[in-house]
Design a binder for this molecule. Structure first.
Ligand code: GRF
Length: 220
């Protein structure tokens, strides 16, 4: 039996990325398990996904705290209570301050629905469409004190197709999010990621080698 690292997943919404992590963790050879899911939104469907997977699901409403530092401190103690080693933000709609970042140095990941550093912040697919990009995508990165600005671990690209609206593009990106988030978690658990200044180096085979993604005009 391999040793499984304990993940804490922070959510605010539907939790499809949480589901991808839960599904990956179900494999015996995946080096992590979800120890707890914490939501700042009581009605988040992600909580239901956690319960269905028989994972501890907790609500911590940011509104109940006087300021961000107090919320962050409470969040850290909930995660510590479950011996969390790695934190995954999965559609968690709060910024985290130093009280939180310092508690899990180099061990907080986020998934973002653009090819960072393009379009940080909210509504990534909408921003990508408004800018007319031809290639969109998603990024898993370490979390630092900035907005979606930490070292990039893995990215996936998808084409923007004629007739795309925000929902269609977001769905195409989301499919890739579900592939790359478990990959990044696996690499972190296996000690395959080292960070040099702001570059994360990955000791793993490239998933695609020698190909360029061109759009429009992809090779047939
Ligand atoms: C995803 O698009 C993710 O990139 C962003 O928030 C969304 C969360 O979706 N950070 P879900 O709750 O995982 O379905």
């Amino acid at each position: 039996m391999i040793e499984k690292k304990r993940l804490g997943v922070l959510v605010s919404g539907s939790g499809t990325n949480l589901q991808a992590l839960l599904d990956a963790c179900a494999a015996p050879d995946f080096p992590a398990r979800v120890a707890v899911v914490v939501s700042n939104v009581p009605a988040a469907f992600a909580l239901e996904r956690a319960r269905r997977a028989e994972v501890a699901a907790e609500v911590l409403e940011h509104k109940a705290f006087v300021d961000r530092a107090a919320f962050d401190t409470a969040l850290v103690s909930r995660l510590r209570a479950h011996q969390v080693e790695i934190v995954c933000l999965a559609g968690f709609m709060r910024l985290l301050g130093s009280a939180f970042l310092d508690a899990f140095p180099g061990r907080i990941l986020n998934i973002h629905p653009t090819l960072l550093p393009a379009f940080p912040g909210l509504h990534g697919p909408r921003q990508s469409l408004a800018h007319g990009v031809k290639i969109a995508g998603c990024t898993v990165h370490f979390v630092d004190a900035g907005l979606d600005s930490g070292p990039i671990i893995v990215q996936a690209a998808v084409p923007v197709l004629p007739g795309d609206d925000e929902d269609r593009l977001a769905a195409r990106i989301l499919e890739e999010e579900h592939r790359i988030y478990p990959l990044a978690v696996r690499w972190l658990c296996e000690g395959r990621i080292s960070v040099h200044q702001r570059t994360a180096r990955i000791d793993a085979e490239p998933v695609v080698e020698g190909h360029a993604l061109r759009n429009p005009g992809r090779p047939r």
